[in-house]
Design a protein around this ligand. Structure first.
Ligand code: ASP
Length: 327
């Protein structure tokens, strides 16, 4: 089931059981704080997060560390050609080139990112290598590719026949109008706490479909698309990256948690801030945040109805519709 069909299904079914193993909680249903505390835990954006969380859970449940869990979790959508907003098969830019953005961050402040990386299926692992094997935080474009090849990553064509066709169809009108809640606007952001209580996060995307060549969104920007601090918790974002960058979104969410807000309340305040700045054009903007505290409490908030996030703990596997500001 892709996100589009999920959103339709969610619309028809409201709150209900999607499959035997996945429960879909009612929208805007109040949860007790106790029911959403658990460690180890992994949470991630959109319904593609369900599969990705399974990959992360293999690592977490066998005692692996949070960074490896988020890396291996997001490998799943990165390698899936049917996920047209991440990794292999991602929508290209307006010149037909698939350029990927990704970052990772650990709770102790270690982080790494790649921007506009081409021809590598797993940009998240290159971001991890930037963190672990260079004195830098960010590598971009040609330099990032050169580094990846030196590290033994293989060059591959990421433009699938499907993403090429979508691009050629787009070229007919060349109308650049990002649309909310569909496949031209999704990123996988993932946060995990391992058995030892350590936190890490990853964020990976092909960015906005048919973006201008060279455009970078929030996803690989530490503090915008992702921020993790072991004293507090972590947050990650999806949606219109420009709006997330303008408010340093994920950092803002973590700082609000530091000052006492719950993950959900912190995400809501960040969404409120996007709203305040972009009220006049809010109908065209979708932004969603997810967050987890270091104790394993989680929450999310988004501008418009339609965003969902996936949670996996020892007790549950859930896809939860994000609470929202505007119907
Ligand atoms: N945040 C991503 C970007 O702006 C896209 C998305 O999450 O939909 O590139």
């Amino acid at each position: 089931m892709n996100r589009k069909s999920f959103i339709k299904l969610a619309g028809i079914a409201g709150a209900g059981i999607v499959s035997n193993s996945i429960s879909l909680l009612g929208e805007n249903k109040k949860k007790t704080s106790k029911s959403n505390h658990s460690v180890p835990i992994v949470i991630s954006t959109w319904n593609m997060g369900l599969g990705a969380n399974e990959g992360a859970w293999k690592v977490l449940s066998s005692g692996g560390d949070a960074l490896t869990a988020v890396e291996q979790g997001v490998w799943i959508p990165e390698a899936d050609p049917k996920e047209m907003t991440v990794g292999l098969g991602g929508f290209p830019d307006r010149e037909g080139r698939v350029t990927l953005d990704a970052c990772v961050m650990r709770g102790d402040g270690a982080c790494g990112a790649v921007l506009a990386l081409e021809n590598i299926v797993h940009p998240v692992s290159v971001a991890r290598a930037v963190m672990e094997k260079t004195p830098h935080v960010i590598l971009t474009g040609e330099g990032a590719l050169q580094f990846a090849l030196q590290q033994g990553f293989k060059k591959e064509n990421l433009l699938t026949p499907e993403s090429e066709k979508a691009w050629k169809d787009w070229l007919k009108k060349s109308e650049y109008k990002p649309i909310i809640n569909i496949e031209n606007h999704d990123t996988i952001g993932m946060l995990a706490i391992d058995q030892a209580g350590k936190l890490a996060g990853a964020c990976t995307t092909s960015g906005m479909a048919f973006k201008m060549r060279g455009r970078i969104g929030d996803s690989p920007i530490i503090g915008a698309g992702l921020f993790v601090d072991e004293e507090v918790g972590g947050a990650t974002a999806t949606g219109h990256g420009e709006e997330v960058i303008r408010i340093a979104g994920s950092h803002l969410v973590v700082e609000l948690m530091r000052h006492g807000k719950s993950p959900e309340a912190a995400c809501k305040e960040a969404v409120d801030r996007v709203y305040k700045r972009q009220k006049h054009r809010i109908k065209d903007i979708q932004v969603g945040f997810i967050a987890v505290s270091k104790e394993g409490e989680y929450g999310a908030y988004c501008v418009h109805k339609g965003f969902s996030y996936a949670v996996k703990t020892a007790q549950k596997t859930e896809l939860i519709p994000g609470k929202y500001l505007i119907d």
